[in-house]
Design a protein around this ligand. Structure first.
Ligand SMILES: *[C@@H]1O[C@H](CO)[C@@H](O)[C@H](O)[C@H]1NC(C)=O
Ligand SMILES: *[C@@H]1O[C@H](CO)[C@@H](O)[C@H](O)[C@H]1NC(C)=O
Ligand SMILES: *[C@@H]1O[C@H](CO)[C@@H](O)[C@H](O)[C@H]1NC(C)=O
Ligand SMILES: *[C@@H]1O[C@H](CO)[C@@H](O)[C@H](O)[C@H]1NC(C)=O
Ligand SMILES: *[C@@H]1O[C@H](CO)[C@@H](O)[C@H](O)[C@H]1NC(C)=O
Ligand SMILES: *[C@@H]1O[C@H](CO)[C@@H](O)[C@H](O)[C@H]1NC(C)=O
Ligand SMILES: *[C@@H]1O[C@H](CO)[C@@H](O)[C@H](O)[C@H]1NC(C)=O
Ligand SMILES: *[C@@H]1O[C@H](CO)[C@@H](O)[C@H](O)[C@H]1NC(C)=O
Ligand SMILES: *[C@@H]1O[C@H](CO)[C@@H](O)[C@H](O)[C@H]1NC(C)=O
Ligand SMILES: *[C@@H]1O[C@H](CO)[C@@H](O)[C@H](O)[C@H]1NC(C)=O
Ligand SMILES: *[C@@H]1O[C@H](CO)[C@@H](O)[C@H](O)[C@H]1NC(C)=O
Ligand SMILES: *[C@@H]1O[C@H](CO)[C@@H](O)[C@H](O)[C@H]1NC(C)=O
Length: 589
C-alpha cells in the first residue's frame, strides 16, 4: 500500500495526530458535480446580498453581549419547490463542514433521494440547509472573522472563542426567528416557528445539535431526527475502535490485538536495533504497492525518524474507512489477506473448494507465533492499496481548524489506545497526552487544560431524553459508543424501541425512540445513494467517503420518522396545526 493522503509524510512529521474527525457526507465521484449549478441564499435582515442564489443573514457575533453590536453573514440554501403555505420547515444542519457541496445532494437529490427533500415532498414543506458558524469555503463562508489561506481565523483564539456550543446553538434559533427568505415575502410571518413547525434533521455532530435543541429550544424546533449522534462528550474515547474490533472476524481481531501488543512492547522495551528494524519493515510495507511490489528505494533515515505515534497510526491504516463503510466493505479484504497468508485465491472449504481452509479460527499468533502473525500483517498492509479510496476528501480548510478547536475546547473525543482493553487494536502510544499536546500546539494559550465536556453534557449526554426526537444509529458505528444507544460499560445501556411516544412526552428514561441499523456504521441514513453500476457499493474508489453502503437504512429511518411526524405534527400550536393540516393537505394526515 502506498501512503494515504491523511498521512502524507509531511503531515506525519509536522502534526502526527490525526484529528478525530466526524465525517463529510460526500463521495469523490459526487464532488465532480459543479456546485455553482446549485447556488445558495443567506441571512441578512435589511440588505440581502444575493450571490448566485445564496442568501446571507446577519447574525450577531456574540448572542450574549448586548453591547457587542457586530454581526456576520451566515449562508443558507433553500428549496421551496414543494412548499405550500402552512407546510413545515425541514431544516438540515450541515454541522462541522462546508455546507456548499452538500446542496446538490440534499436539496437537489443529485444521486438519490435525501431525507430532507423526501419529507418536504410528502408534507409540502420548505427545505433548508444552514451552514455552521466558522465553516464554509475559503472565499465565501459563514465565518465571523477573516481567515488566512489555510482556512485558519487570522485572529486565532480571539476569534475561535466565539466558536462555542452555546453561540452555535443560538445561531439557528436566531435564524428561525428572523427567517425572511427572498421570494417568499408573503409567507414571512407564517414561517415563524410560532406558526410553522421547524423540524431538525442532522447526522453526527448535527445530530447532537438537534438533540440539544429539543432540550434547549423546544419552542423553536418542534421535532428532531438525530442520526448517529454522540451526545456524550468525553475526553477519553478509547471505545472508538472497540466497535470496529467487535465487528471483525474473531481470528482477525485476535491477530490485530496480538500485533498491536507486540509493536507496543518492541517500541517500549526493544533494543535500538529491534525498534529500527520494526520501523523499517512497517515503512516498507506501507510504501509497497499491491502485487508484492516493493519500493525500489526505502529511505532508511525516514523510516528511522518515525515517531512512536507515527508507527501507531500506520498500524491503523486498515481501519481508515471503517466508520463510513464498516467491516465487510473496508476491512475484510485486509483480514482475508492476513489470515490466509495472501492465499485468498486458493480454493478451500471456506470459499467453495475442497481443500482445508488456510485461516485458523483462533488466528495466526495463537496457531503459530507472533513473528508469523506480524509478517502476515505486513503482507496485508503491503497488498491493500487504499490510494484509490483516499484521494483527498473534498478539501475543507476551514473545517480542519474549526473542528479541531471544537473538540479541543469542548468535545474531546480523543480516540486513544487503551492498554487495559484486552481486545485493543490501537497502540497505547496514541494517548490522551498526545492528543492534548497536539491541541495545545495548534491553539497555544487559548484552550482549557483539557476539553470542558461539561458544557455540551449539560444537555444530558448519554441520558439526554427530550420529547419529539428520533435517534438512529448504526450497529457498529464507532460513534455509537457515545450516543444514547451506547452499550459500552458505564453508559446507561438504554434500549432502542420503535414505539412512537406521544407528542411532547419523553419516552421512559431507559429507552430511546429510534432505530438501530444492523451491520451499519456512521450516518447510513440521511440519504440513499442510488448507483446502479455498483449496486453493492463495493467499489470504494467511486463510493468515496461516508456514502451509504446500503439504501435500506434510509428507507427504514425515513418511514419511522415520517410515522412519528404524522403522529406529532397535529399537536403543534396547541392542536391548531392538526386541523389546519387536514384542511391544508387533505388525506395527508
Ligand atoms: C461551473 O459552473 C459555472 C457557472 O455555470 C462555470 O462558470 C464554471 O466554469 C463551471 N466550472 C466547471 C469546473 O465546469
Ligand atoms: C461586550 O461587548 C463590548 C463591546 O464590544 C466589549 O467592550 C465587552 O468587553 C464585551 N463583554 C464581554 C463580556 O465580552
Ligand atoms: C456599534 O457600537 C459602537 C460602539 O459601541 C458604535 O460606535 C457603533 O455606531 C455601533 N454600530 C451600530 C451599527 O450600531
Ligand atoms: C516493558 O517492560 C516492563 C518491565 O518488564 C513491563 O512492565 C512493561 O509492561 C513492558 N511494556 C510493554 C509495552 O510491553
Ligand atoms: C501476494 O500474492 C500475490 C499473488 O500471488 C503476489 O504477487 C504478491 O507478491 C504477494 N504479496 C506479498 C507481499 O507477498
Ligand atoms: C532521506 O530522507 C531525508 C529526510 O527526508 C532526506 O534528507 C535525505 O536526503 C533522503 N535520502 C535519500 C538518499 O533520498
Ligand atoms: C478466519 O479468517 C478467514 C479469512 O479472513 C475468515 O473467512 C473466517 O471467517 C475467519 N474465521 C473466524 C472464526 O474468525
Ligand atoms: C513461528 O512459526 C513459523 C511457522 O510455523 C516457524 O517457521 C518459525 O520458526 C516460528 N518462529 C518462532 C520464533 O518460533
Ligand atoms: C467548564 O465549564 C463550566 C460551565 O461553563 C464551568 O462552570 C467550569 O468552570 C468550566 N471548567 C473549567 C475547568 O474551565
Ligand atoms: C445492556 O443490557 C443488555 C440487556 O438489555 C444486557 O444483556 C447487557 O449485558 C447490558 N450491558 C451492559 C454493559 O450493562
Ligand atoms: C428521567 O430523567 C430525568 C432527568 O434526569 C428526571 O428528571 C426524571 O425524573 C426521570 N424520569 C423518570 C421517570 O425516572
Ligand atoms: C398555545 O397555548 C399557550 C397557553 O395557552 C399560549 O400561550 C400560546 O400562544 C398558544 N400557541 C398557539 C400557537 O396558539
Amino acid at each position: 500500500m502506498t501512503l494515504v493522503s491523511l498521512l502524507t509524510l509531511a503531515s506525519v512529521a509536522a502534526a502526527s495526530i490525526v484529528a478525530p474527525r466526524l465525517p463529510t457526507y460526500l463521495s469523490k465521484r459526487e464532488i465532480s458535480i459543479n456546485t455553482s449549478d446549485y447556488p445558495a441564499y443567506t441571512i441578512g435582515k435589511l440588505a440581502w446580498s444575493y450571490v448566485q442564489g445564496l442568501f446571507w443573514r446577519n447574525i450577531p457575533f456574540d448572542h450574549y453581549n448586548a453591547s457587542d453590536n457586530r454581526t456576520y453573514s451566515n449562508r443558507y440554501w433553500i428549496n421551496d419547490q414543494h412548499y405550500k403555505a402552512g407546510g413545515p420547515v425541514f431544516y438540515f444542519d450541515a454541522g462541522e463542514q462546508n455546507a456548499h457541496p452538500l446542496v446538490a445532494y440534499f436539496l437537489h437529490e443529485a444521486s438519490g433521494p435525501s431525507s430532507v427533500m423526501t419529507l418536504a415532498r410528502r408534507l409540502s414543506g420548505l427545505a433548508i440547509i444552514f451552514e455552521h458558524r466558522f465553516y464554509g469555503d475559503l472565499d465565501s463562508n459563514s465565518s465571523p472573522f477573516p481567515v488566512d489561506a489555510t482556512g485558519k481565523a487570522k485572529a486565532g483564539h480571539e476569534a475561535y472563542k466565539y466558536l462555542t456550543t452555546e453561540q452555535s446553538l443560538q445561531d439557528p434559533v436566531y435564524f428561525a426567528h428572523h427567517f425572511e427568505p427572498p421570494g417568499l415575502e408573503r409567507y414571512w410571518s407564517l414561517l415563524n416557528p410560532t406558526y410553522t413547525p421547524w423540524i431538525w434533521l442532522g447526522g453526527s455532530y448535527p445530530g447532537i445539535r438537534g438533540a440539544h435543541m429539543r432540550v434547549r429550544n423546544p419552542e423553536t424546533f418542534f421535532a428532531t431526527w438525530a442520526s448517529s449522534a454522540p451526545t456524550e462528550a468525553a475526553v477519553d474515547m478509547w471505545t472508538y475502535y472497540a466497535q470496529a474490533e467487535r465487528s471483525m472476524t474473531r481470528n482477525c481481531s485476535a491477530d490485530y490485538t496480538h500485533v498491536t501488543n507486540y509493536v507496543d512492547s518492541v517500541l517500549a522495551n526493544g533494543t535500538h536495533a529491534e525498534v529500527d528494524s520494526l520501523r523499517l519493515e512497517l515503512y516498507t510495507a506501507v510504501q509497497s504497492s499491491p502485487g508484492g511490489k516493493s519500493p525500489s528505494n526505502i529511505n532508511k533515515t525516514e523510516a528511522e525518524s518515525l515517531s512512536n505515534v507515527d508507527v501507531a497510526y500506520y498500524l491503523l491504516l486498515p481501519l481508515s474507512f471503517y466508520q463510513y463503510y464498516g467491516f465487510e466493505a473496508s476491512v475484510q479484504s485486509f483480514c482475508d489477506i492476513m489470515e490466509t497468508f495472501n492465499q485468498t485465491h486458493v480454493r478451500t472449504t471456506s470459499n467453495g473448494g475442497t481443500a482445508r481452509s488456510l485461516a485458523s479460527d483462533s488466528g495466526i499468533a495463537i496457531t503459530y507465533n507472533i513473528t508469523t502473525a506480524w509478517q502476515a500483517f505486513l503482507t496485508g498492509i503491503a497488498e491493500i492499496d487504499y490510494d484509490s479510496v483516499t484521494s483527498p476528501s473534498p478539501a475543507d480548510p476551514l473545517q480542519g481548524w474549526s473542528w479541531m478547536w471544537q473538540y479541543c475546547s469542548e468535545y474531546g473525543y480523543y480516540q486513544r489506545g487503551n492498554p487495559q482493553n484486552p481486545h485493543t487494536i490501537e497502540s497505547k502510544f496514541i494517548s490522551l497526552e498526545s492528543f492534548q499536546a497536539s491541541c495545545d500546539a495548534t491553539f497555544p494559550g487559548g484552550l482549557p487544560s483539557s476539553p470542558n465536556v461539561s458544557i455540551p453534557n449539560k444537555y444530558g449526554g448519554w441520558h439526554i431524553n427530550p420529547s419529539n426526537i428520533m435517534f438512529s444509529s448504526g450497529e457498529f458505528d464507532p460513534w455509537r459508543a457515545l450516543s444514547p444507544a451506547s452499550i459500552e460499560r458505564g453508559s446507561p445501556n438504554r434500549t432502542t424501541v420503535q414505539v412512537i411516544p406521544a407528542c411532547n412526552v419523553s419516552p421512559a428514561n431507559d429507552t430511546i425512540f429510534g432505530i438501530i441499523y444492523r451491520d451499519m456504521v456512521h450516518v447510513s441514513d440521511m440519504r440513499a445513494l442510488l448507483n446502479t453500476s455498483d449496486v453493492n457499493h463495493q467499489n470504494l474508489s467511486t463510493v468515496g467517503f461516508s456514502s451509504p453502503i446500503s439504501t435500506e437504512p434510509f428507507y427504514a429511518g425515513m418511514s419511522l420518522f415520517q410515522g412519528a411526524l404524522e403522529s406529532w405534527l397535529p399537536c403543534f400550536g396547541n392542536g391548531t396545526y392538526g386541523r389546519d393540516m387536514v384542511s391544508q393537505f387533505p388525506g395527508r394526515l
